[in-house]
Write a protein that binds this ligand. Structure first.
Ligand SMILES: *[C@@H]1O[C@H](CO)[C@@H](O)[C@H](O)[C@H]1NC(C)=O
Ligand SMILES: *[C@@H]1O[C@H](CO)[C@@H](O)[C@H](O)[C@H]1NC(C)=O
Ligand SMILES: *[C@@H]1O[C@H](CO)[C@@H](O)[C@H](O)[C@H]1NC(C)=O
Length: 340
């Protein structure tokens, strides 16, 4: 919206827009492009420039998580645009007293907790490899208390474990639910939202989300939103990957029962794992946005182009001091140079 004003050819407009920008509250400026659903699965990229781009004032991103309860405060500022979502990876983490302490110290903007990561998957592939009955016991003992305010006083919204997007994942959820009701025949394992993973083609994504919606909402008469916390098209060429993301973004943005989603992932192609291949990366090996990365950031409409890099160290501290002023100065540069 801001860029439209700047592109108008009437000179008076430019000046008025700049004045408005200079004196408008930074929060308004900073949220112009924000998409409340879109977030990132964050591996802890230590390249400051990449992080500065992800949190820049025109970012569409609004949240991140890193498969742990510990936020990346060195890389992603606590008071920045991205809300941090803690995740309790497995039973060890659920039992660890540090987990409750760190979750209790998160800012009030954090209100949701993700639970066990791919319990139906092996540890080698990032899963937590937990039997449904063990997961049910640990969930009732350690995760449900966050929901009731019995673990540190705050009432969190909690998710069921996120399985792999496969028949094995669905079977795990079915057995988990049975175990939950065996332990607590009245309440089972209460949940506020569902976390889903998907690696594959677009039509498979729609089908997996439809299955979860059927399992929880239609068949069990619940009314739960789904968060797609990992998704990508692994091992595909750039054209196919971009097309899959493009279809998925439009679909997920429009789908009422999807509350949030995160592409896997926000890293450089050189940091991608062998299983997904480097085609899923939002950054190339030098830190420029890939075509995929530019699309995820909202493209030229939001001021992001393929090859674009984030700002270095100096701009980062300036941004923290006064986002509004820096953004306004950036617009001034745009105005002088005559393009956005
Ligand atoms: C929902 O219930 C129908 C009818 O019982 C069943 O055929 C279907 O498999 C169930 N869906 C899921 C995802 O469990
Ligand atoms: C879990 O099991 C209970 C008890 O059998 C059942 O009523 C409920 O529909 C199940 N929930 C899901 C999500 O399948
Ligand atoms: C994304 O999809 C839209 C139509 O939904 C199309 O107009 C656009 O060209 C696509 N962009 C890419 C990068 O594939």
């Amino acid at each position: 919206m801001l860029s439209c004003n700047i592109n108008q050819s009437r000179p008076g407009w430019h000046f008025a827009a700049l004045v408005a920008l200079l004196f408008s509250p930074p929060a308004v400026l900073a949220q112009a492009n924000r998409n409340s659903k879109r977030g990132i699965a964050y591996l802890g990229d230590t390249h400051r420039a990449d992080n500065n781009l992800l949190i820049s004032s025109s970012t569409p991103l609004s949240w991140y998580y890193n498969w742990s309860p510990y936020p990346n405060t060195d890389q992603i500022p606590r008071d920045g645009p991205l809300e941090f979502i803690p995740l309790i990876h497995g039973i060890d983490g659920a039992e660890d007293s540090q987990t409750a302490r760190v979750i209790g110290s998160l800012p009030e903007s954090s209100s949701h907790i993700l639970s066990f990561n791919e319990p139906d998957g092996t540890k080698d592939s990032g899963g937590s490899s937990i039997e449904p009955k063990d997961a049910a016991k640990a969930y009732i003992e350690h995760i449900v208390p966050y929901r009731n305010g019995e673990n540190g006083g705050r009432k969190w919204k909690i998710s069921h474990p996120s399985t792999t997007g496969s028949p094995m994942g669905l079977e795990w959820l079915r057995r988990f639910n049975e175990s939950c009701y065996e332990i607590d025949s009245e309440n089972g394992c209460p949940t506020d939202f569902i976390a889903a993973h998907w690696y594959g083609a677009f039509d498979g994504l729609t089908s997996w989300l439809g299955t979860l919606d059927e399992f929880y909402n239609k068949n069990a008469s619940l009314d739960l939103k789904i968060w797609v916390t990992e998704m990508a098209l692994p091992q595909a060429d750039e054209k196919a990957t971009v097309a899959m993301m493009n279809s998925s973004l439009g679909y997920l943005d429009g789908l009422d029962y999807v509350e949030r989603y995160a592409w896997f992932g926000a890293f450089r192609s050189s940091d991608a794992n062998e299983w997904t291949g480097d085609g899923v990366a939002l950054f190339d090996k030098k830190g420029g946005l890939t075509e995929l990365g530019a699309l995820y950031m909202g493209g030229e409409q939001n001021g992001f182009k393929e090859g674009q890099k984030g700002e270095g160290e100096g701009a980062a501290s300036g941004f923290r001091v006064s986002g509004g002023l820096v953004a306004a100065l950036a617009m001034l540069t745009v105005y002088v140079n005559g393009f956005w």
